[in-house]
Design a protein around this ligand. Structure first.
Ligand code: AMP
Length: 588
């Protein structure tokens, strides 16, 4: 189905800028088909499922038609539910971001009339509402439609199902005859066709069919995950299955960049592909991906189009694709050459309906999966490690180190202790027994170039943890004498050097010290961002971070005293919200 760049659709620079800011790389099929008719002033009937990008398909021409110098309602969008009205209003807000003076206003039942009166009186030009409440305002005289240029019916079939038929008829017969009509409906039952016939003139029919493409031999699963937990779910699944070669699809360039940053800082070897990269950069990334110089390619649909790679173990739909066609296109990249592949799709909130409708149209079998617990991931990692060790022992493909082993045995160390200590070291363990044991390392050996790139960006987890000094910062609760017995000033003629020594500032709870990070509210940091980063990079449990105080340009986080040194060393230079971290122990 045809998709075109937004730049070819005759849009204003303001809208083009907004679309780019939203990270959309090209118009979806429904947008490609509807926008030109919408701009030309023609009535349109758009038949396509939710999730196809239909909101922008009608919102863009509507925004282009609004005269911002006029403070009167010029567009009315009718939606079946308050949730949809709010969602559509948000999309309008984003698309009209650079069109100064455009006001959009959602009006729906359940919200106070006061707020809606105020919004209408302020001169909203685009009203997005549920039919009942729109009627109310019309009858109260607070909503005047004499200047209306365009009416949109979003999810018309649902509105009729919900019993809004009379309201809609009433509204449509009260608006100026010269208005343009845009109807959107997933299905076209008789009632809708009848409504369209009576309220439109020579409409253009745009029907976006989801192809029932043949999905290859792919094991398809979906996981319902909260938006904020996607990264955690992704890394757990990668670790659980020990995936080493796959594509992760995101819907926008911004998401691709963000995910690339997150995965890097968690030690995964990945690179990205999206429309902002030059052809040369893309070719370079692809060449490296083909020779498996990194494990995961994070890409948008556009960038990955025509991409020819075989043997992918997995395709992740980190963000849902636009339609069933894109879905089958994406997952078709795994399970080639007779091998069975795997496709893993994340859905959050309402997206489950979109996935269901795609599965229905394209007759896909997608089973529900459960995100593994940390314990399950660790068990699986241990299993992978054990298997590798067994294979190595069976095949005897290793250099003998008898001299070292014999020396240790002679010194009286048990062979089981020697082996355990080596595994501990291998897994990035510290040489200080008091330091908290890290979770078994993912055993990811990042290829050479990743090390280079990572040294600028972040340190892959595969690297050994920095060895903490023999004496880690002690828990302030158990801290040394100067704290518990301050020398009375009058007595101490000349304070000893020791009493001036700076001590870690005690955290709010015993056993915690405070670490300061050079990111804050100015970077829109949240506690979850910081905890996620610490846990992800250090592989320590999230509980090592305690109370968090976010300031404008820095954040003070309480960190378990025995983990502070590791946290500081491992997070140094790691990017968070575009800032290279410089963590420092707060002293008093
Ligand atoms: P809708 O069908 O309007 O509910 O849109 C579904 C999702 O797709 C929304 O999150 C939109 O922001 C997103 N979307 C719409 N158009 C595009 C596009 N051209 N490229 C990428 N994402 C889009």
């Amino acid at each position: 189905m045809e998709k075109r760049p937004f730049a070819e659709l005759g849009l204003s620079p303001e809208v083009l800028k907004a679309v780019d800011k939203m990270g959309f790389e090209e118009a979806s099929p429904i947008q490609t088909a509807v926008i030109p008719h919408g701009l030309a002033g023609r009535d349109v009937i758009g038949q396509s499922a939710t999730g196809s990008g239909k909101t922008a398909a009608f919102a863009i021409p509507v925004i282009e038609k609004i005269d911002v110098s006029k403070r009167a309602v010029q567009a009315l969008v009718l939606c079946p539910t308050r949730e949809l009205a709010v969602q559509v209003a948000e999309e309008f807000g984003k698309l009209a971001y650079f069109k100064k003076g455009l006001l959009e206003l959602p009006i729906y039942g359940g919200q106070s009339y006061e707020r809606q009166y105020r919004g209408l009186a302020a001169g909203a030009q685009v009203v997005i509402g549920t039919p009942g409440r729109v009627m109310d305002h019309m009858q109260r005289g607070s909503l005047k439609l004499d200047n209306l240029k365009v009416v949109v019916l979003d999810e018309a079939d649902r509105m009729l199902d919900m019993g809004f038929r009379e309201d809609i008829e009433h509204i449509l017969s009260s608006v100026p005859k010269s208005r343009q009509m845009l109807f959107f409906s997933a299905t076209m039952p008789h009632l809708i066709q009848d409504l369209i016939k009576r309220h439109s003139r020579d409409p253009a029919w745009v029907r976006i069919e989801a192809h029932a493409a043949n999905a290859p031999q792919v094991d398809q699963e979906f996981y319902e995950v909260d938006r904020r937990s996607k990264i955690e779910a992704l890394t757990r699944l990668i670790d659980l299955h020990d995936f080493r070669y796959g594509i992760i699809f995101c819907s926008t360039k911004i998401m691709v960049d963000e995910l690339d940053e997150h995965l890097h800082s968690r030690g995964y070897a990945c690179d990205r592909l999206h429309g902002d990269l030059s052809q040369m950069q893309r070719d370079r990334v692809m060449e490296k991906f083909r020779r498996r110089a990194f494990e995961f390619l994070i890409a948008t649909d556009v960038a990955a189009r025509g991409l020819d790679v075989d043997d992918l173990e997995v395709v992740f739909n980190y963000d849902l694709p636009n339609d069933a066609e894109d879905y089958t296109h994406r997952i078709g990249r795994t399970g080639r050459a007779g091998k069975s592949g795997r496709a893993i799709t994340f859905v959050s909130g309402r997206e489950i309906y979109k996935l269901q409708s795609m599965a229905h149209y394209a007759r896909l079998k997608i089973s529900r999966g459960r995100v593994p617990s940390m314990g399950e991931v660790e068990e699986a990692r241990e299993e992978v490690f054990l298997e590798k060790l067994r294979r190595l022992l069976d095949e005897k493909k290793f250099k003998s180190h008898d001299r070292i082993v014999d020396a240790l045995l002679e010194q009286g160390y048990a062979s089981t202790d020697i082996a355990s200590a080596l595994i501990h070291l291998l897994q990035g363990g510290a040489t200080d027994a008091k330091a908290p044991a890290p979770a078994p390392a993912p055993e990811r050996t990042a290829p050479k170039w990743v090390e280079n790139k990572a040294s600028a960006k972040s340190a892959p987890t595969a690297r050994a943890m920095p060895t903490p000094r023999a004496e880690p910062p002690r828990s302030p609760a158990k801290s040394a004498a100067p704290e518990s017995a301050p020398a009375p000033a009058a007595v101490s003629a000349k304070p000893t050097k020791k009493s001036y020594e700076r001590k870690p500032r005690t955290g709010r709870e015993p056993g915690f010290v405070t670490v300061s990070f050079n990111v804050g509210s100015a970077q829109l940091i949240t506690p979850a961002d910081l905890v996620g980063k610490v846990a992800g990079v250090t592989r320590l449990p999230a509980a090592v971070v305690g109370a968090i105080d976010i300031h404008e340009n820095h954040t003070d986080a309480d960190v378990a005293a025995e983990a502070a040194e590791i946290v500081i060393a491992k997070l140094e230079g790691i990017p968070l919200k575009g800032v290279k971290l410089k963590p420092a122990l707060v002293t008093s």
